[in-house]
Design a protein around this ligand. Structure first.
Ligand code: BEZ
Length: 213
């Protein structure tokens, strides 16, 4: 097991899930993927997290993203817990939860941090693009539920900056002004790419309206 880094290919695996056996790359197809681990079934923070991901189903689908959760609990336990999530969070879990009891995936993706816990996965997130490249990772402790709006915001940024020569500033959200990439210096290209114009606050800091809005 080695630490996965941005730009690495997300390792492929086959594992059981609440939607049947999943061969990861095949299952992902040409979608974006958010692979996220949680510490254990029947725990309060995890219950709210999985309910939130289910509630954001339309937002993930709009961005062509498939969520997939994981814990190292067995499949039967996942099945019972999903009923609880649906009931308590008033939603329908509509994405697979990997039953990684043998820790195949947890080991591949370094989701067990032994100095935090030897018996459960931490809250890891991997945002993976359609070419299976890992584009974002982050790790939260067991006691802190994740902000899934932030995950959607990062995906918005990745999808925008993949298709336009821009980057997104601090606290940016979809629709806000963006910055032009500093390497772009040719005035003709700048004019062609940013017909709405840009404000050069400094030569390296040029603000422009989001080009696809
Ligand atoms: C939870 O999901 O609620 C949780 C899991 C492990 C430790 C603390 C909280």
């Amino acid at each position: 097991m080695s630490t996965l880094r941005l730009g690495d290919i997300a390792p492929d695996f086959t594992q059981d899930s609440t939607d049947g056996k999943i061969s990861f790359h095949e299952w992902a197809g040409d979608s974006w993927v958010v692979l996220f681990s949680h510490p254990a079934d029947f725990t309060p923070v995890c219950t709210t997290e999985l309910g939130m991901v289910a509630a954001l189903n339309v937002e993930f689908a709009k961005r062509r993203v498939k969520p997939i959760a994981l814990s190292i609990d067995p499949l039967e336990k996942h099945g019972l817990w999903v009923k609880d999530i649906n009931e308590t969070q008033r939603t329908t879990v509509n994405f697979p939860i990997l039953a990684d009891e043998d820790k195949t995936v947890a080991k591949l993706y370094d989701m067990i941090h032994p100095n935090a816990s030897t018996t459960s996965t931490v809250r890891s997130v991997f945002i993976i693009d359609p070419k299976k490249v890992i584009r974002t990772t982050f790790t939260y402790p067991a006691s802190t539920g994740r902000n899934f709006d932030e995950i959607l915001r990062v995906i918005d940024s990745l999808q925008l900056t993949d298709s336009h020569k821009v980057a997104t500033p601090a606290n940016w959200k979809d629709g806000d002004d963006v910055v032009t990439v500093p390497s772009l210096q040719d005035p003709a290209e700048l004019a062609q790419r940013f017909p709405k114009g840009f404000q050069a606050v400094r030569p390296y800091l040029r603000m422009t309206p989001q080009p696809n809005k």
